[in-house]
Structures are given as C-alpha cells and as structure tokens.
Design a protein around this ligand. Sequence first.
Ligand code: 13P
Ligand code: SF4
Length: 329
Amino acid sequence: MTAFNTRLPTGTDLLAEIDRLRKERNAVILAHYYQKPEIQDIADFVGDSLELSRKAAATNADVIAFCGVKFMADTAKILSPDKIVVLPDLDAGCSLEDSCPPDKFRAFREAHPDHIALTYINCSTEVKALSDIIVTSSSAETILSQIPPEQKIIFGPDRHLGGYLSRKFGREMLLWPGVCIVHEAFSETELLKLKEQHPGAPVAAHPECPPAIIDHADYVGSTSGILQFAKTFPGDTLIVATEPHIMHQMEKAVPEKRFIGAPGADGNCNCNICPYMALNTMEKLYTALRDLEPRIEIEEGLRIAAKKSLDRMLEMASGTVGQGDLGAR
Ligand code: 13P
Ligand code: SF4
C-alpha cells in the first residue's frame, strides 16, 4: 500500500485548494476519461492515452499531476523528464501491464527474432524499452498501416485489441495473452437483452472488449473516438461498452441524448468500473499537489530506451487527431 499521508485538515475546500496549489506549483492537471467526474471537471485537460501523451510531451508546466493509471504517468515522465510528475495513488496499475512481466516478454521476443514488437501503451516502462513501436487504441490502425505487409509482428499485451486489428487488417500477428479485466467483464447475453429493450440504439465499444461484444458494436474506437461518436450519431440513445466514467463527458456534451452503460455478467454489477482508475480521489490529488508526492521516478538508461518506441509512435501517429481513428467497423 502507498504510505503517503492523505489526512486533510477539517473543512478543507478541496476545489479551492487544488486550484490554489495548481497555480502555486505551476502545475497542469491531466485526466483520463475514466476518472471520477469531479477529477475530470477540475482537470486542465481530459483525453485518451494518445492525447494525454502529447499534452505531457508539450507542456510548459513545472509539475504534471497525472490523474490516470501508472503506465500513463510513467509515459508522461518518459516524455517530459525535467518535469515533476505526480500520480495521486501509486497503486493505480493496470491488468494489462500486470499480465506482461518484462522477463517473460523478453523471452518471447527472443523466441521470435524475425518479428518486431508492436506494443500497446498499457504496459510497463521495461516492456516499452523492449518494444519497437508503441501504439494506443486511437493510433494503432494508422501505425499498423505503415508497417510493410511482409514484416512479422508480435502484438502485446492486449490480445483483444491485437485480435481486432488482426481481423480488420487481415494480418496475422503473434498475440500476447493479456486482457483488460474491465472490458473482459461485459456480458454478451446481457448486452443482447439491453439491445432488445432499446431497439435501434447503437453500441459503441472499446477495442479492449472481447470479440463477442465487438461483434455487436456499430462503432469501435478509443475513448475519444467513442466520445466523438456519442456527439455525432443520429439517434437519441447509445449503449456504451467501455468504462462508464466516460459517460460524464457525453452527458455534458449532449445532455439531450441518453447513454446507457453495457452490462456486466449479472446485469447490474459495478465490474466495469476500473478499480485502478478509481483509486485516485480529490483528496489524493490535493495532497499530491501539496507534497509533490507520490512522484514518478525512472532510471535514466531505462527512460531513454523506452522513449525510442514512444517517439516512434508519436512520429508515426502524427496525422492522427486522437478522435478514434479505429473508426466504424
Ligand atoms: P484510450 O487510449 O482509448 O483512452 O484507452 C486507455 C485505456 O486504458 C482503456 O482501458
Ligand atoms: Fe487497464 Fe483496463 Fe483499467 Fe484501462 S480500464 S487502465 S486497460 S485495467
């Protein structure tokens, strides 16, 4: 467990204090769409993994308060080593990162020396250092389309995103067997029941969903792509198969439309809330800005090695506007 003291003086006005500290520290607050609504609302910028990486690389702030999970804050530090990067809760991990220990990934690579490693950003800094090119869900297609068809590819750690790309491109890839526990929990049976209750409502799904869910989706894309679809689809009700906190942005952008979260196995569990993202709270954001802890630190040799595959992503995705270029199926 993280040992930082998050106890606050009684009566602390969190909104005002976070705002004061942000100015005092010359800090930028970056938040992912899966953060709690109050964190999204106080952030300077809310985005998907690609957009947040770009913001972290370009910011003039002295401090980046990263409200997301650890691989995202690590990415910010890799790209902006001179900034202080704080993550409100250092235990905010990711099941995909956990599924891919660097020593096993290294052995897998060594067993396939003629393959390049195209790796999802949801992985550790060590795995990034062992990879050739990083992708996010919004940049994966643009990047894959630039790799010559004869080039053999290892794709990790998300086998569902890899499988989706493989099917869409008709291109075989060796898939690492990782999954996102959140997207894995959607139930096809319950989704079909929901579709029956809302005839005509389209389904928007993140490519981390298993194929049984993707097969029922009208739109597949990154979080920002799904958000864009929510703003532009012609109907009035949308079924959303990704982490439900993104619906906060949808409800703000198009309050006249109805957004319904796709169900988990028992129809109404909370199993689609990312337990790692949920560790960040306003209290922890406040103490992170106050104490400049917990801080992300990365050994310089490792950082430089990991930066190569991230820089390749930023170069190859330069035409991607972060609006879910995975597009409609
Ligand atoms: P996006 O890049 O689409 O925001 O996805 C990040 C993520 O962790 C989804 O589970
Ligand atoms: Fe990782 Fe899934 Fe949470 Fe995204 S939603 S951070 S992939 S566990």
